[in-house]
Design a protein around this ligand. Sequence first.
Ligand SMILES: NC(=O)c1ccc[n+]([C@@H]2O[C@H](COP(=O)([O-])OP(=O)(O)OC[C@H]3O[C@@H](n4cnc5c(N)ncnc54)[C@H](OP(=O)(O)O)[C@@H]3O)[C@@H](O)[C@H]2O)c1
Length: 265
Amino acid sequence: MSWTSPEGKVVVVTGASSGIGEATARRLVRVGATVVAVARRDDRLTALADELSSERGRLVPHAADVTDTAAVDALAARVRDEFGACHALINNAGVGGGAFVGRDDLDDALHTLDVNLLGTVRCLAAFADLLEASAPARVVNVASVAGKLGIGPAGYAASKFGVVGLSEALSLSWASRDITVCQLNPGFIVTEGFPQAHLTSGPMARLVGEPDDVAARIVEVLRTGVPERTVPSWYRSFVALRHLAPPVYRAVASRIDRAGGDRSE
Ligand SMILES: NC(=O)c1ccc[n+]([C@@H]2O[C@H](COP(=O)([O-])OP(=O)(O)OC[C@H]3O[C@@H](n4cnc5c(N)ncnc54)[C@H](OP(=O)(O)O)[C@@H]3O)[C@@H](O)[C@H]2O)c1
């Protein structure tokens, strides 16, 4: 089955109860995919399934916590047994985490790494064989510009640098299995978990985007299979600046970092 359209495909989306994951699930169901929507808040997923029940595709709610290996394995087993395939896995579940100052922040940093990085690893491990059996298959790992620039809460940046490295390595090693792996790096997007309150009212408000901006790019990546995408794309100029002119980059980055204030809110 080629990937020119998501219609008829089985797509697993983690973190589908709000924000980017919810917007992605909506888009995919509208174009005829079967979306297995994963998150802890089952009521949200069930309401979304009801709302989308008259669309071309179908949303199947599945409550699971990506920090629970047995729950992630059970999710993959359900998808295999019920649908017989997984044509795409979108690892999107994530939390922001707070500032990393010292010992009081350890649990928060470990949880952030557990959800964002290890949750992605758990899902990849659980679905690898089914993805290969369903090839050509796609993986989209929702990382972040913070996984390229090391800006904002340190535990969060560490988790996203991890997702970027994982994605880059797997985009090479899983290519021979006909599984394309993409790192999708959003900039500032207003969502429940990332309200961007420090930016939306100030001069940097124009830097802030909507969840559906990212969802549209995720669907595009499913069609094209490109290994990397930044949303919006102009954030890549900051990444280039970091490598080409580090002192200039640090001056700009420290201004953005100071504007962040207390990110534990
Ligand atoms: N918004 C931004 O500015 C931005 C920028 C770059 C990257 N990102 C990334 O985009 C992804 C989506 O974030 P968002 O902005 O859409 O935030 P969001 O609206 O808060 O969505 C986060 C999703 O992750 C789920 N989730 C959190 N912990 C989970 C767990 N332990 N197990 C399963 N699901 C879990 C949440 O569902 P439940 O609470 O129901 O479990 C929710 O559906 C994240 O990976 C985030 O790091 C966001």
